[in-house]
Ligand binder design. Structure first.
Ligand code: DC
Length: 231
């Protein structure tokens, strides 16, 4: 059976990763969370005092990029790959609101994007990959046969994110989560290098009023249609 590369882009907290993970599992493909890679570099910058509320030493980060190694390792019991920063599993650490606060800034740096895009393209070289992010359909895999662009209102997404963080035991305030969602939308879609935008040939799914199952069925059906055409 012909393998394809599937690109799932969209705003933060649109449920891209849940759909992408499930889709990869259903097709027997590898799932790659490109946002986790930007988050891991952000964690590196935080751990090395290169970024905080009022300063971001982007030049130092660029200088140190060669010593930042990001990798994935499949966790059998979780059923997906966890992200590693210089050999350490940072899957939990990268999901905090603190990392979310700085990640958009770090992702504006062209040198950071170049490093990660190269690594992502290598991971997709053999196809059979579902990758989610912001620029997968536009920059990483512009030739992808199936591109999905997921959207939902900022409020809907902030409620989802807030519920997720509270369930994990994070003590967060809803307004701060909403503010973070809005500010990331703004930075992600207005940055100069690879801004978040729908690829011309991407299929847009607004999931504000869709159940998880409805979305998944739609995406799986699209994948099957394309695979049939390719066969
Ligand atoms: O998908 P996420 O929310 O975990 O992504 C975190 C941030 O990383 C997001 O705010 C923007 C950035 N990002 C990016 O610039 N390009 C990608 N392909 C994926 C994520």
């Amino acid at each position: 059976m012909e393998l394809i590369t599937i690109a799932i882009d969209g705003f933060s907290s649109t449920g891209k990763s849940t759909i992408a993970k499930q889709l990869a599992k259903a097709l027997g493909y590898v799932y790659v969370d490109s946002g986790a890679m930007y988050r891991a570099i952000t964690l590196y910058a935080m751990q090395n005092q290169l970024i905080d509320i009022d300063c971001f030493d982007s030049n130092q980060l660029i200088e140190q990029l060669n010593s930042v190694e990001i990798g994935f390792s499949f966790n059998e019991s979780l059923g997906f790959s966890e992200v590693y920063l210089n050999g350490h599993n940072v899957e939990t650490q990268i999901r905090t609101l603190e990392v979310s606060r700085f990640v958009s800034q770090v992702s504006t740096i062209p040198e950071v994007r170049k490093k990660l895009v190269e690594q992502q393209q290598l991971m997709g070289q053999k196809k059979g990959v579902v990758m989610d992010g912001r620029d997968i359909g536009t920059v990483v895999f512009p030739d992808s046969k199936l591109k999905i662009f997921m959207t939902a209102s900022a409020e809907t997404r902030a409620i989802r994110r807030y519920d997720e963080l509270i369930a994990k035991g994070d003590n967060v305030v809803f307004d701060e989560v909403l503010e973070n969602v809005k500010s990331r939308d703004h930075i992600d879609s207005t940055r100069e290098d690879s801004p978040l935008r729908k690829a011309d040939d991407a299929i847009e799914i607004d999931n504000s009023n869709l159940t998880h199952k409805q979305q998944f069925d739609m995406v799986l059906d699209l994948a099957h249609q394309i695979l049939k055409k390719e066969a």
